[in-house]
Design a protein around this ligand. Sequence first.
Ligand SMILES: Cc1cc2nc3c(=O)[nH]c(=O)nc-3n(C[C@H](O)[C@H](O)[C@H](O)COP(=O)(O)OP(=O)(O)OC[C@H]3O[C@@H](n4cnc5c(N)ncnc54)[C@H](O)[C@@H]3O)c2cc1C
Length: 412
Amino acid sequence: MKKDIVIIGGGVVGLMSAYFLLKENQDILIIDKNEIKNGASFGNAGLLSAFAKNPLSSPGVILSTFKLMLKGESPVTLHPSLDIKLYYWLYAFMKNANYKRLNKTLALFEKNGEKAINSYKKMKTEDDMNFYFKEDGLLMVYTQEKSFQDKIKISSDKNLYTILNKSETKKYLPFINDNIIGSVLLKQNAHLDPSLLMSELKSYLLKKGVEFVLNEEVLDFKFKKNKITKVYTQKNFYKANTFILASGANDSLFKKTNNSFLMTKAKGYSLTFEMKEELKPKTSALFADLFIAVTPREKTVRITSKLELGSNDLKIVKKQIASIKNNLFLYTKDFEMKNIVEWSGFRPLCPDDMPILGFDKTYVNLVHANGLGWLGITFGPAIGEIISDLVCLHKENKKSDDILLFSQFYQV
Ligand SMILES: Cc1cc2nc3c(=O)[nH]c(=O)nc-3n(C[C@H](O)[C@H](O)[C@H](O)COP(=O)(O)OP(=O)(O)OC[C@H]3O[C@@H](n4cnc5c(N)ncnc54)[C@H](O)[C@@H]3O)c2cc1C
């Protein structure tokens, strides 16, 4: 049977697109090659960090990463690769790390971050979804005097920031030791438990009639002139009026539609564990100089870190887990991590932090919703809304302000 919409990929972007399309009475099928249980949208830190936080490709990032590499504390690993695209990606990343882009990116982040936080609130209050969600800011913790002072200089607005010394920081993070320098609370940010969000959202969509096909990978398309008529999996084919490609870091379908977007896989890790209640963080924290996030959840705490480029392997590398712990433990008291669950996943990362959004340039009924990088949870609902508007209002890319401003397609 022909659907209004087939969404390829049931990560946060696919599910959020379905959530908003459903409100426009669309008949939707989501196809996922896995079970929708443990992908990038589940194992991440759950930070909603759109406010007052620089993009990944920002001025100074290359130098500070290099310094950390020399100290053996760098979160970044670059695996030598034969894929020339990775080197183009790196070049584009360096080119985009400039002040001209920074302010534009920050403004776009704030606009879409606010939209997303409002939607998360509505999902809880109006749609009765029950997931852990806290609007209590993000604590940026500094272990280097210079980076702390640099942050203080731009954090004078008391409505948005609270500057904390070492002992004030300990009230938020009772597990840290005296080696940290201080912190700045970015008050507008929030955090949630992404696994709970995803399972609540999936149940909601199922209840409202969205169909799911799991454990089938979309391998190819059937084209008729400038349209896609069906998608093929190993077992079946599925027809629709519109197809949304939300396959996260898996770029294998880009080639099938003659696209070569500059998106790369950036592998990261998380450790989820129980710790003594009195040591648990009171809010989410980002150890800015280490690129380690610590997020409290209902019963557990999650640590995330690492950005490995050039790796296609989801294997959990013990050396990387040990390195996360060792880097963090320099700044914490001795504490026990009980029942640790180790996880790894890929961020679908674009070199300028701008996602791949909008109608395909060739196939008029194909919409791209990808490349959310390290901010898919932060922006998920905003992206879902943008995609739904585009499809339901039949907007051309160039007639949508959101696409013009926030999509990879229109960046210079
Ligand atoms: C360590 C780590 C920490 C992070 N922390 C944060 C954070 O604190 N805040 C934040 O906002 N973001 C964070 N992120 C980023 C966030 O997790 C991602 O941006 C987001 O999950 C991407 O969502 P997605 O839907 O695009 O991709 P995914 O969640 O990867 O979903 C894509 C889905 O498509 C399916 N699929 C792929 N190809 C096919 C195919 N051909 N056929 C059928 N199905 C297919 C996959 O099985 C998958 O389920 C983090 C990521 C990592 C790795």
